[in-house]
Each structure stands twice: as C-alpha cells, then as structure tokens.
Design a protein around this ligand. Structure first.
Ligand code: FPP
Length: 254
C-alpha cells in the first residue's frame, strides 16, 4: 500500500496518485461497462471485437482496484435484458468468462482476488457456468479484492426474488410481517454479503442505471465517464476516485 503524500506517488501501473487520499478509497465500486459496441464500430470492426477488448480492460481495472485496496468490485457483465441481442453476440459474450478465466485466473489467485457472482447464473450455458464455478472454487479462500461478476443480473428481478423469499418466511412463520424492514430485504438480496457501493461508474457517456443494483445504489455517488469501456484504464479509474473524494456525501442530512 502507498501513503498519501505531497510527493508524486505511483502505483505499479505508473499512474500519478497525487491528491488521491488512500484513507478515503470506496470499499465497493460498481461499474456499468458500456461502449464496447461503439468502440468496435469506430474502428469498423465487428461488435465482438469491442467485447474482447472490454475483457482486457476488466483485467487492467481488476489489478488496479486490487492495488488500490478497493474491497469489492462489481462489474455489470450481462443483464437479464441482454439476451435480446443477436445470438452470435450473446454466444460470444457467454464465452468471455471462459477465455478470461483461462488466461487470467493464475494472476487473480496470485493477487489474492476472490471471484464471486450475482445474477441468475443457473441459466447460463454449461461451459460458462463451469468456468465460473471453477474460478469461485479456486479462489474461495482468497481474502483480497472480491471481484463480483453480475451475470444474467437484473435489479428488479433480484428484488422480486427477495420479496418472494420474505413471503415464504412469513408463511413458514419464521418471521412476522412487521419484521420486514430495509435491512431484512437487503439481507434477502443477492448482494447480502456486500456493503452497498459508495461509487457507481458508467462508461461511454450514457447516463442511465439500466436495472443495475437499483436497490443498493440509493446513496451511491454516480460518475458518468466519457470513455468507451475498452478505452477506460487505470488513469481513468483514479480520476473517478478523485472526483468521488471531492464529493460531499450527505445521506439525506446536511
Ligand atoms: C456493454 O457494451 C457491454 C456488454 C453488454 C458486455 C460487457 C462485457 C464485457 C466488458 C466483457 C466481459 C468480460 C468478462 C471478464 C466476462 P455495449 O455492447 O452495449 O456497447 P454499445 O452501447 O457501444 O453498443
């Protein structure tokens, strides 16, 4: 770890950390990785090239997040709505975790990263599921950054599931209806083991939440970054953290 200093400090990726307060790094950063398709289109390449390049950015940002001491990094990898894309694109995205983990798992293990997921993963193709389950298993004792892939994830569906779970508990008389409060619903969501993200970043200039962690981002700071996801890098992440640190979080108070 590096210390806040007036002197120029650099991470392993040689990025200027001046003015970054290492005592105010958000514990949980969530990212909507948008702009892969546009990145490819600008280069007259097929959209899948953008997703491939997006996967490389996932590697860079994971390493940087781990170096910075971020504890949870949740990445919106595939939404419940993304199935409506052309089949060839869906198939390509579904194979990315296989490719990513084949090439990157040793480094994740070395960096003490723990791979986790949120989302309806049992509906993923077998090969995708197998790669993810293997990565989870091989990193299950790691104590560093939690790298959480939101795969086949949708915020509304997650809340509906949580409500159903609570209803079943009421029916089974495990809880009374008046026991239901915000905390109890939170503890019945897929994110129950994680703190709410302090910071949500969306790349590519779009300013939407797109059904991502809609319950959990109630008090998060939102940063809409102009870079297309494949162009997002460590420097941009650190810029976002500096913007975050200059915001005043009031949680409804003064
Ligand atoms: C949004 O860009 C991106 C996605 C729906 C897929 C995200 C996937 C990755 C970044 C790679 C995943 C990597 C791993 C490790 C599994 P878009 O296609 O909507 O871009 P556009 O808005 O420019 O069309």
């Amino acid at each position: 770890m590096f210390k806040k200093s007036r002197n120029k400090k650099k991470t392993s990726s040689n990025i200027d950390l001046q003015e970054l307060d290492i005592h105010n790094i958000p514990k949980h950063v969530a990212i909507i990785m948008d702009g892969n398709g546009r990145w490819a289109k600008k280069r007259k390449m097929p959209r899948i090239k953008g997703h491939y390049q997006g996967m490389q950015t996932v590697k860079t940002i994971t390493k940087q997040a781990s170096d910075l001491g971020i504890e949870y990094l949740t990445l919106y990898t595939f939404s419940t709505e993304n199935w409506t894309r052309p089949e060839s694109e869906v198939n390509y995205i579904m194979n990315l975790p296989v490719d990513f983990l084949k090439t990157f798992l040793p480094e994740l293990i070395e960096k003490n990263v723990k791979v986790e997921t949120i989302g309806f993963i049992s509906n993923l193709p077998n090969s995708t599921l197998k790669a993810i389950e293997q990565a989870k298993d091989q990193t299950k004792n790691n104590t560093g950054l939690k790298l959480i892939f939101a795969m086949n994830y949708g915020g509304r569906a997650e809340i509906v599931d949580g409500v159903k779970a609570l209803y079943r508990k009421v029916q089974a008389k495990e809880i009374a209806i008046d026991d239901i409060d915000e905390e109890l619903l939170s503890s019945n969501l897929m994110t129950k083991s994680y703190p709410d993200p302090e910071l949500l970043i969306r790349t590519s200039g779009e300013q939407r939440i797109s059904n991502f962690l809609i319950w959990q981002v109630s008090y998060s700071e939102f940063i809409f970054n102009e870079k297309l996801w494949p162009d997002f890098d460590s420097e941009e992440l650190i810029k976002c953290l500096k913007i975050y640190q200059n915001r005043q979080r009031r949680f409804g108070g003064l």
